[in-house]
Design a protein around this ligand. Structure first.
Ligand SMILES: NC(=O)c1ccc[n+]([C@@H]2O[C@H](COP(=O)([O-])OP(=O)(O)OC[C@H]3O[C@@H](n4cnc5c(N)ncnc54)[C@H](OP(=O)(O)O)[C@@H]3O)[C@@H](O)[C@H]2O)c1
Length: 378
């Protein structure tokens, strides 16, 4: 019989494995975040985590960090160990060879080349395997990876800063700055943890943003600009990468003039074409699939309202980070964060599954996740 203290002990080691996994947040795409803890007789023996694609998986890292013999140990890992040759050999082989006594798994890896096979292989080798410890937390940690693997599109997080009266700029388009410095610092951390930042051409023209992760050791994600017609001057910063940091990918349509395309190519800016939809905008589904083809798992959308509006209308928003600043802007013509067609009645409004609130030196950060496919709470 499994006692309550056994359950608590398993959950606390799994929580530690999840903490280990988080250390590589933003560095592992297209791989998942995975952490591992090895114990013996209830004592911690070693920890490990997966740092980046091509590096050791978490289980192997933890085994490497173990000083004694792994025989008879218990191993906690938030995601099912892999059973196939990818960039590295299968972890289950290493665990069997090491003589681990018990493996505790947070959640199954939905990757078609794993999907339960790792657990089966361990059990066939006589290892006790328990699956589903802190399963919700383990799945939440890897929601971007799970969506990418099961639906072939990135996880879409939207971020905006708005005033207390729901505006993201003044009536003249001025938006520097709505949120405070600490909130803006947080945005740089969020950028560092994503694979690509996406904005519409309206934001590029009005704000001329750099869209880089300006924190110590920060990695600049790919900058993705939606510009179906390439009608502007192309003088803005994102259209002129300096070859030192962030790259830019301009998503455009076949209507874009070839001279403008050539100008961008000469500057080292890549362009891809996607079809336009009935609204005349670039169609989201092929666009997101094209980004997933480039192994973009975590897409961070920074506006503006037109882009976020069509994303909502097409049911692609997975997460919103709304920085709410205690300021009033007012004005009929001041823009809100989400345009598009929107809901006709309140029944059609999309409700969040999870909401977290955080106070950031007077601003409030609201983080909410959405599942357009299910009406149940998570
Ligand atoms: N406070 C904040 O957090 C924040 C953040 C960002 C922006 N802003 C403010 O928002 C304003 C700009 O927002 P905006 O709504 O005018 O422009 P936007 O959303 O940045 O860009 C819209 C443009 O993107 C292009 N586009 C291509 N495919 C699209 C698609 N699938 N869906 C939507 N647009 C698509 C369209 O131009 P083409 O047809 O030419 O391709 C469209 O007109 C500025 O005032 C800026 O300061 C504030």
């Amino acid at each position: 019989m499994v006692s309550e203290s056994d359950v608590n002990r398993d959950e606390s080691w799994m929580a530690r494995a999840i903490d280990e996994a988080r250390r590589a947040e933003g560095d592992t795409s297209p791989n998942p975040l995975v952490g591992c803890v090895i114990t013996r007789g209830g004592e911690l023996e070693a920890t490990g985590y997966h740092r980046r694609p091509g590096d050791d998986h978490a289980e192997i890292d933890a085994l490497d960090n173990l000083e004694g013999s792994p025989g008879g140990c218990e191993l906690y890992v938030n995601l099912e160990p892999c059973s196939h040759y990818g960039r590295t050999p299968p972890c289950v082989e290493a665990l069997i060879e090491a003589g681990v006594e018990r493996v505790v798994v947070g959640c199954i890896d939905p990757h078609p080349r794993v999907d339960g096979d790792g657990v089966d292989a361990l059990r066939e080798a006589g290892i006790q395997v328990d699956v589903g410890v802190l399963e919700d937390e383990a799945r939440r940690l890897n929601r971007p990876y799970i969506k990418y693997i099961t639906r072939d599109v990135p996880w879409v997080s939207v971020k905006y800063a708005m005033s207390l009266d729901g505006n993201i700029a003044t009536r003249t388009g001025d938006s520097a700055w709505i949120s405070n410095e600490a909130s803006r610092q947080r945005v740089h951390e969020m950028r560092d943890r994503c694979d690509a930042i996406l904005v519409g051409t309206g934001t590029v023209r009005s704000d001329d943003p750099r869209l880089t992760a300006r924190i110590e050791g920060g990695d600049d994600p790919l900058r993705v600009i939606l510009d179906a017609r390439l009608e502007g001057s192309l003088d803005e910063t994102v259209y002129r990468p300096d070859g030192q940091g962030a790259d830019t990918l301009v998503v455009t349509s076949e209507d874009a003039p070839s001279e403008a395309r050539a100008t961008l190519h000469d500057r080292g800016v890549e362009t891809i074409d996607v079809p336009t939809d009935s609204r005349g905008f670039l169609a989201w589904q092929p666009l997101l699939e094209a980004l997933a083809d480039r192994e973009i798992v975590r897409l961070f959308v920074e506006g503006g309202g037109t882009v976020v509006g069509t994303l909502l209308d097409d049911e692609h928003i997975d997460c919103v980070h709304a920085f709410v600043a205690p300021k009033l802007i007012g004005g009929e013509d001041a823009p809100g964060p989400v345009r598009g067609l929107g809901a006709e009645t309140m029944d059609e409004a999309v409700e969040a599954q999870n909401v977290e609130l955080e106070s950031i030196e007077g601003d409030v950060l609201v983080t909410a996740t959405f599942d357009h496919r299910s009406e149940s709470s998570d």
